[in-house]
Design a binder for this molecule. Sequence first.
Ligand code: LLP
Length: 419
Amino acid sequence: MDHFTYRDGVMHAENVPLPRIAEDVGTPVYVYSRATLERHARVFREALDGVPDKLIAFAVKANPNLSVLKVLSREGYGADVVSVGEMRRALAAGMPPEKIVFSGVGKTRAELLAALEANIGQFNIESEEEGLELAELAANLGREAQCALRINPDVDAGTHDKISTGKADNKFGVPISQAGQIFGKLAVQEGVRLRGVAVHIGSQLGELDPLERAFTKLGELVTSLRGAGHTITHVDLGGGLGVPYRADDELPSPAEYGTMVARVTRDWGVRLIFEPGRVIAGNAGVLLTRVVRVKRGIKDPFVIVDAAMNDLARPALYGAYHDFVAVQPKGSDMTANIVGPICETGDTFAMGRLTDKLESGDLAVFRTAGAYGATMASSYNSRGFVAEVLVDGDKFAVVADRIDAGAIMDAERVPEWLE
Ligand code: LLP
């Protein structure tokens, strides 16, 4: 459920008609709904009522906008970060350091140091090499880093290959077959307190089964680590729950996920950490765009919009489906190819899509663009970065300025010897 609905034939974000935002801020523009973010944050938390001790750490990569993080911080959420840039955003949004978890296979020394200095809650170590490096840095600072070892459970998440992370040949975590030995080696290092394990098998998961298999393997690992004398107090179950991009997508609900988690982890006796991203932010945002022109084709016409693959990369990268609808539907349909202005064929949002009838100048939205939307933008074709707006009831604010192509060019220099 979201708060992007039609009233008197015009799509609104909460109580704000989208044409007003287009007029004030221009297009393309990402529009987020605070009420939707809060609703999703609460639904996910309540779904985990059966888990007595938990931390929910929003996966900042899904939507790192400061105001979005602020909304979630006020809901009591922490943050799962994968770079110092994300860590600084979480801190700036008021998330307490102890609620920050740092994941990622390539944390640099500088990043490890910065996170140690910020005193974050947990490092999810992704290799023996990283663990040894962190231990040395922490020991030199006289610190003890709270850590979990990320396990690669070798489970096929059944999602798109590019966002699958838990198969043996993926780069993430340590192979479950080596986990006991690596855990033993890292657990004795000064500078780290290895207190648990972590797993994340992929994103946009359409079934609970792979998650349950991964969690079950993790539970067995916890038992065997305890058997070897280790104290396990924390287990991080990652994120990954999918959202409906199509109205008829059938996905497990947060409640079903929560029930499964509570059942599988009942006897673990640990604090569980969750890292949801898409399920919180996905349906809380749309990309608002204007039709530049409609061009005749051999078969279907091309609806050329002012948003492009640099603004919303998911269709070009993963062949992802985003619902596309008119802001003020005229009551008739058309079958069209929805494309952006960028000079490559990959800049195609949809082919042969049945959509509302659109003409030059009309406004339309790509739905479910609140996660992995603005954050994956680039400036390809010397297009700028689009603005982001947050709506709250009757009011809205620009929460990220449009960065135009000129500002990006201003950051470049031509050396004297080329003048
Ligand atoms: N935790 C870790 C360690 C992750 O790598 C991710 C996502 C998450 C949590 C959050 O997963 P979520 O709950 O959002 O599924 N750009 C792709 C998605 C990449 C996800 C990367 N990792 C897309 O647009 O579909």
